[in-house]
Design a protein around this ligand. Structure first.
Ligand code: KG4
Ligand code: ZN
Length: 328
């Protein structure tokens, strides 16, 4: 049964160009653009899959967490399709999608495993026992890892989103150039905190501009920017990988999964593999294109919900914060 599943289309309709000039997502613009694009995107996906709506057995729709306006566009569209075409639909938690995204790759983990979801809104560690069963065992107490990348990029006048830009610039930087703090919290804690490192980068940038010859406003060289990026990235990567492996050890599982937008980061992928190899854990991660938000992971989580006969009724609503990651 599992092997019969194939991904027929996965259209990613990025709004980065639209929001980039504002340095971050503008919620009102996002939902308007969703409204404009959702119909053409669904048509494009059906065309690519070689299917008509009459051949579709179920719809999976992101219920949350995310921006309410954008989520509502998707949900209303799914409800309309469901009513008109009599296709059942399920609401999928965005985190549940990231958690199953690893199964879109070739290398699939056996349950149970520890999973880190590092994205723009979350840095959470889950103990996962099945496709749809997981327990939150660690989370960020302030900024998410991706949010830290995005905020640091802004401090350095780099474009949005910061993660891909910082990881690219880091390739030419020295990760040991600047010793930014690693926040480990209490000895047993599996939680994260990334607001301190963001403040350290802000202080470093400010002090360096003021104390260097030329004084305030001195232009940073490309080399200096690369060093800041690489040193910041190294600190975040080290904490993410170390805490996740620590969680695997404390839950006595062999398999560790890395997912979410930040999992597209090549250095994070490398350090995870190195730490896993050295400490005897098997490390799994989705191919890079399935790390950042995508429809395939929502469809896959939806598939597992349908297998449980979990069909959603028309009174379903969206939510901005996840019951999975708020520990509720
Ligand atoms: O999962 P995702 O696509 O959307 C959310 O659920 O937030 O994650 C987006 C986040 C952004 O903060 C982005 O900067 C970060 O993932 N990201 C990266 C990389 N690619 C995307 N962070 C570090 N390195 C990357 N290569
Ligand atoms: Zn995401």
């Amino acid at each position: 049964m599992e092997d019969d599943r194939r991904l027929l289309a996965n259209i990613v309709n990025s709004q980065i160009d639209l929001h980039g000039i504002y340095g971050g997502v503008v919620p009102e613009l996002a939902s308007r653009k969703h409204l404009e694009d959702i119909y053409p995107v669904v048509e494009q996906a059906l065309r690519q899959a070689g299917l008509t709506l009459d051949q579709v057995d179920g719809l999976a729709i992101t219920q949350g967490p995310g921006l309410i306006g954008s989520l509502l566009v998707g949900l209303s569209f799914a409800k309309a399709l469901s009513l008109v075409k009599k296709i059942p639909y399920v609401g999928v938690d965005h985190m549940a999608g990231h958690l199953v995204s690893v199964f879109l790759g070739e290398n699939k983990p056996a349950f149970p495993y520890i999973a880190l979801i590092a994205s723009g809104g979350h840095s959470s560690i889950f103990y996962v026992t099945d496709y749809l069963h997981y327990r939150l065992v660690g989370r960020t107490r302030d900024d998410a890892a991706g949010e830290a990348f995005d905020k640091v990029a802004k401090l350095l006048d780099l474009p949005y989103p910061g993660g891909p830009v910082i990881s690219e610039l880091s390739r030419n930087g020295d990760p040991a150039a600047i010793s930014f703090p690693r926040s480990w919290l209490e000895p047993d804690s599996l939680d994260f905190s990334f607001s301190g490192i963001k403040t350290s980068v802000a202080n470093y940038v400010k002090q360096n501009q003021q104390s260097s010859p030329g004084g305030a406003g001195k232009k940073r060289s490309a080399r200096e920017t690369a060093d800041i990026c690489a040193s910041f990235q190294e600190a975040v990567v080290e904490v993410l990988a170390t805490k996740t492996i620590k969680a695997a050890r404390s839950f006595q599982v062999q398999n560790v999964v890395l997912a979410g937008g930040v999992a597209a980061n090549p250095r994070l992928r490398e350090v995870f593999r190195q730490q896993g190899d050295r400490q005897g854990f098997n490390v799994f991660m989705p191919p890079q294109q399935f790390c950042t938000d995508n429809a395939a992971m929502i469809a896959l989580a939806g598939y597992h919900l349908f297998r449980q006969q979990a069909v959603t009724t028309l009174d379903m609503d969206v939510y901005s914060r996840s019951p999975l990651t708020e520990g509720a």
